[in-house]
Design a protein around this ligand. Structure first.
Ligand SMILES: *[C@@H]1O[C@H](CO)[C@@H](O)[C@H](O)[C@H]1NC(C)=O
Ligand SMILES: *[C@@H]1O[C@H](CO)[C@@H](O)[C@H](O)[C@H]1NC(C)=O
Length: 526
């Protein structure tokens, strides 16, 4: 009998640790690399028995079903006509990434604006589809999962009045800072896209402050406003993007202490950096053979991201010439025509199993445009980096890797073939880079939960309790004068002034009395 009871209790305990199968709605743009982060989490949620439904353009459904068969899809738009954003993703970033007018803060602003208007059209298609929204409302989901930047997901959650979990990398326009009310001390927290570290000189701090205020003003006046207008046109006046984001129950941040610099966090900001890197699969037979053929020299992996498969011929040839001189074998994600200087040691491929290659013990270095996922994977597997940042957060990512001592940064617009060769050779032959990379990797792996387990735990925690409003800080509700305690300071200054004033009055009165008293006494004695 006791054994039966024990068994029953054990099973009951295990079952009670799981939330019941829930209905999860994923409302985010399914084209950019941020989708991959959400999709990985969605797949794991589906494997735990939850029903995960993705809002996707009808024209993309078969492609998504093929790549993510365990997810369900609710579609919008014309199945015959892909949204213009798809074409944009294929062509524009390449031109922009390699044109010298896209670098620096101004270039980033331009890029952000182009992204914003392209994504706005896509979001408008979702929010103006009344049939879709009614269907979503009648499906009674338990939670909405979305990427927070430039996505209508938070507005969908607000409209359907559902709990919300947002994934987040970094937004230079500071939507997350305003929505969480997290303190953001500019003395040591570098603004996203500034390329600065937490050790800033006086002039760098000036730059940090100016960049922060420029971006956050643009964030409020342009980005937020265009989403507010979108909400007004489609779902009504009661909805604004800032209120929608402020409803977020949990923020799943793709940064952690080995990646980012220490800074304040709110209790509903959870770090899940590296959740994309855990899932390592064996290489294909052909690829494994190529990697093994490198012998003791090993392999160098080169990718410039999912959005930049091709590059200008001059830059491609400059890189090819540098790779050809290496004793290592080179695997290069490259889709254009082979450059004339391509060496026999270099294998170009349209797609590479990036994470699986980085996990391979023969991989010695990673040449990258420093998109977040590539950097996170290199950190997790301890591979030194040669970074040539192109756009958006890449400059910040490489600044962090250089600060960790596991990377060298080069400017792709001005670098020479010789410098590329030297940089790759030095991260491979100087043992300090590999030591630092290994240190980062072992730190990242030494956690009570893996980042993916943590992401899933928090999402299920939100589902179980129907939201976590007690974790949201009051900071965002306070008016300016209360937040900075201007009223309290004013009162204290008034009281202290009053006390000082009355002391002064008393003293001068007493002094006056004494003086008069003295004169009186003198008169008397006289
Ligand atoms: C920036 O570069 C792109 C691509 O080279 C070009 O089409 C565009 O006209 C340039 N814009 C400005 C403002 O110079
Ligand atoms: C969603 O459905 C509920 C009834 O289940 C209804 O009360 C509510 O108004 C609907 N919300 C929207 C935004 O349509």
């Amino acid at each position: 009998m006791p054994t039966g009871l024990h068994l029953f209790l054990a099973v009951a305990t295990i079952l009670s640790q799981h939330v019941q199968a829930a209905d999860i709605l994923v409302a985010t743009v399914t084209y950019t690399s941020t989708w991959m982060d959400v999709a990985k989490i969605a797949e794991v949620l589906a494997s735990r028995g939850h029903v995960v439904t993705v809002v996707a353009p009808a024209s993309q459904k078969s492609d998504l079903m093929w790549k993510w068969p365990t997810l369900q899809y609710e579609t919008f738009g014309d199945p015959e006509k892909p949204p213009p954003f798809k074409e944009f993703v294929k062509t524009v970033p390449e031109q922009m990434a390699f044109s010298s007018n896209s670098t620096g803060t101004l270039g980033l602003l331009k890029l952000l604006n182009i992204f914003r208007s392209a994504l706005l059209d896509l979001n408008e298609e979702i929010l103006s589809d009344k049939q879709l929204l009614t269907k979503l409302n009648n499906s009674h989901y338990d939670v909405v999962l979305t990427y927070a930047g430039l996505s209508c997901g938070p507005l969908v959650a607000q409209y359907l009045d559902l709990p919300l979990v947002c994934t987040m990398r970094s937004m230079p326009t500071g939507q997350d800072v305003r929505a969480t009310g997290v303190p953001n001390p500019l003395a040591y927290v570098p603004t996203a896209s500034s390329g600065l570290s937490d050790r800033m000189t006086f002039l760098q701090r000036v730059k940090n402050v100016l960049v922060y205020f420029a971006f956050s003003t643009i964030g409020q006046l342009i980005v937020d406003k265009s989403y507010d207008d979108l909400a007004k046109r489609t779902i009504g006046d009661d909805f604004t993007i800032s209120a929608a984001l402020a409803r977020t129950d949990v923020w799943l941040y793709q940064s952690d202490l080995m990646f980012d610099f220490p800074k304040p966090m709110m209790p509903n900001m959870v770090s899940i950096a590296g959740h994309v890197a855990e899932d390592v699969k064996p290489l294909s037979e052909e690829m494994e053979k190529f990697v093994q053929s490198s012998g003791d020299d090993g392999v160098v992996l080169v990718t410039f991201g999912s959005m930049v498969a091709a590059m200008p011929a001059v830059i491609a040839d400059m890189l090819a010439a540098a790779f050809a001189r290496l004793p290592q074998k080179v695997v290069w994600r490259y889709a254009g025509t082979p450059p004339p200087s391509l060496g026999s040691n270099t294998k170009t491929m349209e797609w590479v199993p990036q994470n699986d290659l980085l996990a391979h013990p023969k991989t010695k270095a990673f040449v990258s445009h420093c998109g977040y996922n590539g950097v996170a994977e290199a950190m997790y597997h301890g591979v030194p980096l040669v970074g040539m940042p192109l756009v958006t957060d890449a400059h910040d990512n490489i600044a962090r890797m250089v600060a960790r001592g596991m990377a060298v940064s080069l400017d792709i617009h001005s670098v020479t073939s010789e410098e590329v060769y030297q940089a790759i050779t030095s991260v491979i032959s100087d043992p300090r880079y590999k030591e630092k990379a290994d240190q980062v990797s072992t730190h990242l792996r030494d956690q009570p939960q893996s980042p993916m387990e943590r992401a899933v735990w928090w999402i299920e925690h939100v589902i179980k309790h129907g939201g976590l409003p007690h974790l949201r800080s009051r900071a965002i509700e306070l008016p300016f004068h209360q937040y900075y305690l201007l009223d309290v300071i004013a009162l204290l200054v008034a009281v202290i002034s009053a006390i000082l004033l009355s002391c002064w009055k008393c003293c001068s009165f007493a002094y006056g009395m004494c003086k008069r008293g003295n004169t009186n006494t003198k008169k008397k004695t006289n």
